[in-house]
Ligand binder design. Structure first.
Ligand SMILES: CC(C)(COP(=O)(O)OP(=O)(O)OC[C@H]1O[C@@H](n2cnc3c(N)ncnc32)[C@H](O)[C@@H]1OP(=O)(O)O)[C@@H](O)C(=O)NCCC(=O)NCCS
Length: 161
């Protein structure tokens, strides 16, 4: 049965024609998270677009975009197949890493990001990947937790200048 959300909105895969939208969602995500100002965030656009273009061509990057009834993209996120180190019994050499999840402010709280994450998990499962990883923002954490994401034991050491 089609969900009500899928009657109102359309989920589609991003193509090379969507690079500007992907860059927009990324800079909006960073500025909404308070990590970068819009100006700082947009300074990364050119490099991001060229990185995404290359990854797209290598089949290592997939975008899931949600359009409203008028065909405007209002939410989305991307899966990057990140190369991982060799590990015994591992069948896959990459881990699908979910990034750049963003929903336009006036469309939040309806389950759109949840839909993006679910589509990403579905894609990863279909292609035989055992897990999906991500780095959660404060706003995104509850969305991921509700879907079953768990904290891991990853650690980080910041090198002081
Ligand atoms: C985080 C973010 C992507 C969430 O987008 P969203 O589309 O509003 O997410 P959802 O609607 O799926 O879930 C958000 C809330 O709506 C609620 N919700 C989900 N489906 C719903 C529905 N059908 N009706 C009403 N509310 C619903 C969820 O319970 C959730 O509430 P909670 O987070 O307080 O527990 C969005 O706030 C955003 O773009 N933030 C800035 C960038 C950012 O932080 N991105 C994440 C990077 S990791």
């Amino acid at each position: 049965m089609r969900s009500k959300l899928k009657e109102k909105f359309k989920v589609r895969r991003a193509t090379l024609k969507d690079l500007d939208i992907l860059a927009y969602q990324r800079r909006e995500m960073f500025s909404d998270m308070g990590i970068f100002s819009r100006k700082e965030a947009s300074s990364g656009d050119k490099e991001y677009v060229s990185w995404v273009r290359e990854k797209f061509k290598q089949g290592k990057y997939f975008g899931f975009l949600i359009e409203n009834g008028e065909g405007k993209v209002v939410s989305g996120g991307c899966l990057w197949l990140e190369e991982v180190q060799s590990r015994p019994l591992a069948k896959k050499k990459e881990v699908p890493y979910l990034l750049s999840v963003h929903t336009e402010k006036e469309y939040r709280g309806q389950g759109l990001a949840t839909l993006v994450v679910k589509e990403s998990i579905k894609w990863a499962k279909k292609h035989g990947y055992p897990r999906v990883e991500l780095h959660a923002s404060e706003q995104g954490e509850s969305v991921y937790k509700r879907l079953g994401f768990k904290h891991t034991k990853e650690m980080r050491y910041e090198i002081k200048k």
